[in-house]
Design a protein around this ligand. Structure first.
Ligand code: SF4
Length: 409
């Protein structure tokens, strides 16, 4: 029995789609093609939003089980270090940034960054995300010095640093071509670029949410150069700005096209993963103005992404934005990965309106096991580092509720 057959037993293809105008026969052609592993067009992908979610989810989960180890759910132990909160971009959806005159603005010195990394190393972490605001006070020496300092003092830590927005600022400010800039950063220790700032890569959406935000062409230009140079990258997506289904599909197809190019031309060095989350607007200028997205919309979008991205196989569940319970459910809507523990995260959490923005290893293990999967700790390139001792972690909780010591030992 195929996933579609199984789903159809729950919601047969002849049932009404819920239209107020009365029963409408469902066209499952696109889903049937997806289930056969065929690539869907923009119109076919848009049609998925109008089908019952259980049917779309069943196919998405089936594809996930085919494309990644069906027994395993992976995650990473890392820390997001925001080296400065000073930013002159001023996105309407951001509660993190400050102007330099605000009393709680900051820029970390290298020893403060090292202190945070030592805490990460103590719990077996292997990667930092170094991201900041776009701080016009910082010179190129600050960035290269930071990378050199981290590599010198923490040689086993992978550094994925600087969103395309920050790279664009450096390119415009320091008089270097993009190639020269990336070469300089790589020589100083850069291992990858987080794909932050993707949101919806349609400029009509971006202009409304953040008029000064990096445009989609520049985002792809910078990601393309990074992939060409062998750097790690992931693709990101945020829904809830009030974007249309067509705009969401366009975003996904641009990512799919970039992935095709990278796999073809850059020796397979494309996006290593895809992270989707929902817009968080607490304490931002968009609060009450953007519709946001419900759990149903999030899970639907995740399932559509799994079907659309037939060349990008690691999809993350967003427990930081959706909470642990929806994050766990996402493992049956196309996700095969729980992202990372995020020992520290400040940007999404500043606008989240809840405090669920970090997880212990024990919590991610429990989410995986209870959902029927074997947890695996990976590196940022989605290579499995080890399979944690589930019994030991789950029994350790009373004496060590953080459950993080001894990972990887
Ligand atoms: S999202 Fe990033 S670029 Fe936009 S205001 Fe916040 S820190 Fe600045």
């Amino acid at each position: 029995m195929t996933a579609l057959d199984a789903a159809s037993q729950v919601a047969p293809a002849s049932v009404a789609s819920g239209s107020a105008a009365g029963p409408v026969a469902l066209d499952l052609t696109a889903l049937e093609r997806a289930e056969r592993g065929e690539r869907l067009s923009a119109g076919e992908l848009e049609s998925l939003y109008h089908l019952p979610l259980p049917e779309v989810a069943a196919v998405a989960h089936d594809l996930r089980m085919q494309r990644r180890d069906p027994d395993v759910v992976s995650f990473l132990i890392d820390r997001n270090i925001n080296y400065t909160n000073v930013c002159n971009v001023g996105c309407n959806f951001c509660a993190f940034y400050r102007t330099k005159r605000q009393p709680d603005s900051y820029t970390l010195d290298y020893e403060q960054i090292s202190h945070k990394i030592r805490e990460l190393e103590a719990v077996g972490g292997t990667r930092i995300l170094l991201q900041g605001g776009v701080n016009p006070e910082l010179g190129l020496d600050y960035y290269t010095g930071m990378l050199r300092h981290v590599k010198a003092h923490h040689p086993t830590i992978q550094i994925d640093a600087f969103s395309p927005e920050e790279v664009l600022f450096m390119e415009k400010t320091f008089g270097l071509s993009l190639d020269e800039l990336l070469d300089t950063l790589i020589e100083a220790g850069l291992d990858g670029l987080p794909g932050a700032g993707g949101e919806i890569l349609e400029d009509d959406v971006r202009k409304k949410a953040a008029p000064a935000r990096i445009r989609s062409d520049d985002w792809f230009r910078i990601i393309d150069a990074a992939q060409r140079k062998g750097l790690y990258t992931i693709a990101t997506m945020v829904i809830g700005f009030g974007e249309t289904y067509a705009q969401r599909v366009s975003h996904l197809l641009k990512i799919r096209a970039q992935q095709d190019k990278a796999l073809r031309e850059y020796g397979g060095n494309g996006f290593f993963g895809f992270a989707l989350w929902t817009l968080q607007t607490e304490h931002t200028r968009l609060h009450g103005k953007a519709p946001g997205a419900t759990a149903h919309e999030y899970l639907q979008q995740l399932a559509v992404a799994r079907i659309a991205l037939d060349n990008l196989h690691n999809l993350q569940a967003s427990w930081p934005a959706q909470g642990f319970k929806v994050g766990q459910a996402a493992l049956y809507y196309g996700a095969n990965d729980l992202g990372s523990t995020m020992l520290e995260e400040n940007v999404v959490s500043a606008a989240a309106g809840h405090d669920r923005h970090r997880a212990t290893v024990r919590e991610l293990i429990r989410i995986s096991v209870d959902a029927g999967f074997k947890p695996a700790i990976r590196n940022s390139r989605f290579e499995i580092l080890n399979y944690p001792d589930v019994e030991a972690f789950l029994s350790r909780s009373a004496e060590n509720p953080e459950g993080q010591r001894g990972v990887g030992a």
